[in-house]
Design a protein around this ligand. Structure first.
Ligand code: T46
Length: 132
């Protein structure tokens, strides 16, 4: 499957904790876009799409949620609840996000600008593409 967990070093002291994200160092690409997902109601689902080429790293900096990843053959559910563990998601990977806690905040680092044409939002279309 085209995903992996990236562990970030925690710089912690008596004041609290800090993690940093650096392109081509602990993030495996050049970062063109950063966005934040927050305030999602716990009964709502997000995602339900794949990307043709986009690569991203998702970091849950507060609260928790579940991300299901699907490569067309296998599905894996990943619990997101640690600021020091990023989820790298490569191209052609279907994702579904659910079980959001009220305080869930996701920071997402992406290697390209936003482009709706780059999304595959239909699951059948996704499956047909991965079967090629
Ligand atoms: C992903 C998961 C983890 C923009 O205008 N610019 C942006 O950079 C993004 C990401 C979204 N938008 C607009 C497009 C929609 O009108 O914001 C709205 C919500 O986007 P979407 O429904 O795609 O959000 P999610 O949470 O389902 O998915 C997002 C990302 O779109 C997606 O790439 O992998 O987070």
């Amino acid at each position: 499957m085209n995903h992996k967990i990236i562990k970030f070093q925690i710089f912690g002291d008596s004041r609290g904790s800090l993690v940093s994200f650096e392109e081509k160092k602990n993030i495996p690409f050049c970062i063109k876009r950063v966005y934040c997902v927050y305030g999602t109601n716990p009964d709502q689902e997000r995602g339900k799409h794949a990307h043709k080429e986009l690569e991203q790293v998702v970091v849950c900096v507060s609260g928790s949620c579940t991300i299901i990843l699907d490569d067309g053959e296998k599905r894996e559910a990943i619990k997101m609840n640690k600021p020091n563990a990023g989820l790298y998601i490569g191209k052609n990977t279907w994702r579904e996000m659910s079980n959001f806690s009220n305080d869930c905040v996701l920071i997402v680092l992406a290697n390209e600008y936003y482009d709706e044409k780059e999304y595959i939002r239909n699951y059948e279309e996704f499956l047909n593409g991965t079967a090629l």
